[in-house]
Design a protein around this ligand. Structure first.
Ligand code: SF4
Length: 174
């Protein structure tokens, strides 16, 4: 996976003060996207051990609330394995720091991909299990709303993933 940037002390992409990893690669190509330079999965630079150490160093600071993954799309098929590994390592070392993931997929689309076993689905459940909040859906220009915190258009939702997964587990048990 390639990435473009790691930003620090960010207060715009999730709750609190955050470190944000801006990944390369997105297949959604939403009209009006603010970061079209991130669509190319070969753009930016390879995510390596130094980048991982940079994120961990930020997360070790008491005042940093958590990690946000944005881009690009962290759930772009070619990114999923690396993203899974990043989140696994972060949650292992910092279980109390929260993780926000921005994606152009809707929750329902992700569930369909997992259910249909197509499009490299195998890392999605793991990624979701490490995610506290998923900001889902494409940016839709006609639904642009600058008054909404942490998202650009009103179709995008802030999903409490751990709560949702728990509910689904409970409904499976019933
Ligand atoms: S999903 Fe996000 S990064 Fe991808 S095109 Fe849409 S707005 Fe841009």
């Amino acid at each position: 996976m390639n990435y473009h940037n790691i930003t620090k002390d960010d207060m715009l992409n999730g709750d609190g003060i955050r470190v944000v990893l801006w990944v390369a690669g997105c297949g959604h190509h939403c009209p009006g996207c603010q970061n079209p330079e991130t669509w190319d999965p070969n753009g930016g630079i390879p995510f390596d051990d130094a980048a991982m150490a940079e994120i961990m160093e930020e997360l070790s600071k008491d005042y940093v609330t958590g990690l946000t993954l944005s881009g690009g799309d962290p759930l772009y098929p070619g990114n999923r394995e690396t993203v899974r590994n990043i989140l696994q390592a972060v949650k292992k070392r910092f279980p109390k720091k929260n993780v926000w993931v921005y994606t152009g997929y809707t929750w329902d689309q992700l569930m369909q991909i997992v259910g249909s076993n197509r499009d490299f689905p195998w890392d999605i459940p793991d990624i979701l299990s490490y995610t506290d909040v998923l900001v889902d859906g494409r940016y839709e220009q006609d639904k642009r709303d600058v008054s909404l915190p942490w998202r650009g258009s009103s179709n995008q939702r802030l999903i409490d993933v751990s709560g949702l997964l728990e509910k689904e587990r409970r409904s499976e048990i019933k």
